[in-house]
Design a protein around this ligand. Structure first.
Ligand SMILES: Nc1ncnc2c1ncn2[C@@H]1O[C@H](COP(=O)(O)OP(=O)(O)OP(=O)(O)O)[C@@H](O)[C@H]1O
Ligand SMILES: [Mg+2]
Length: 261
């Protein structure tokens, strides 16, 4: 049950995705294999969240397929959810509801409807305690989510995504709503996680991640480039992603990514 795919991968084949008549991606194909950190970059509205949701089977594509660890998950959120841990951009919880850190992680254990032998109270507690400890949340396990800092809350959602030990993790904008100190801490947790998982992260704040990035996916209503930072962080590529907001000053590329959250 806890066996991890040795070489986790995501293959996107000729994917066309849109909302109604508006196409966000047309005929996009790429392959990501892990472990390692994959960073998805692109301005607001470029399609990062749409790409993640299509990989997770949450948006049925107009055309194309998504294969995860050898299984076709196109339009199958339940199957994709078993293979991929997902931390959405703005996790949908009503924080006025007094749910604790432990409860939010426990609910993910139960949601997966495991066989009853895995669902004894002591087994669930063991699983939850283990992941809370790994994420440094053991001290706040019984506190309500709303009393936590932005970073602790984001880690609680990360614990929720990791409790079944998936070989792939997708995090959409994990640094938004975290103060500067918390951001560094979150980046180091994500870097550690990516050592043994295919970890796909989007951010408008990629600087802190840069030392750990294996592959960059540059997005602007389509996938502009996929490859290691050395090959993809080039001014002509960045201009295709960010347009006129890219300038070259003293041989350093500066990107003005005036995003809104
Ligand atoms: N549920 C929806 N219905 C209709 N259009 C949508 C929906 N979600 C997103 N879009 C549109 O699809 C395009 C891509 O949006 P998406 O949220 O994927 O971008 P993003 O790169 O994640 O942006 P951000 O950086 O702001 O999170 C945008 O034009 C957006 O307006
Ligand atoms: Mg988004």
């Amino acid at each position: 049950m806890h066996r991890m795919a040795k070489k986790p991968y995501i293959t996107v084949e000729s994917l066309t995705v849109g909302y109604g008549k508006e196409l966000v991606f047309r005929d996009v194909s790429f392959n990501l294999s892990g472990p390692g950190l994959v960073m998805v970059l692109g301005p607001n509205g470029s399609g990062k969240t749409t790409l993640f949701k299509s990989i997770l089977g949450l948006i049925p594509p107009l055309k194309g397929r998504v294969i995860v660890n050898g299984l076709e998950v196109t339009g199958k959120p339940e199957l994709a959810g078993r293979l991929i841990g997902y931390v959405p951009q703005i996790p949908r919880v009503n924080t006025s509801f007094p749910i604790s850190v432990r409860e939010i992680v426990e609910s993910a254990v139960v949601l997966r409807r495991p066989p009853p032998r895995l669902l004894t109270p002591s087994r669930v507690r063991e699983m939850v305690d283990k992941i809370l400890k790994q994420l440094g949340l053991e001290g706040v396990a019984d506190k309500p989510l709303r009393s936590l800092s932005g970073g602790q809350r984001q880690r609680a959602f990360l614990a929720r995504a990791l409790v079944w030990n998936p070989s792939i993790l997708i995090m959409d904008e994990p640094l938004s709503a975290i103060d500067p100190r918390g951001k560094e801490e979150m980046v180091s947790f994500i870097a550690k996680i990516s050592e043994e998982r295919l970890t796909v992260v989007s951010s408008h704040d990629p600087g802190l991640f840069l030392p750990y990035i294996k592959i960059l996916v540059l997005v602007n209503r389509g996938v502009v480039a996929v490859g290691p930072p050395k090959e993809t962080l080039r001014i002509e590529v960045l201009r295709r992603v960010y347009g006129g907001g890219v300038t070259l000053i003293d041989r350093c590329v500066h990107v003005v990514d005036s995003h809104v959250h």
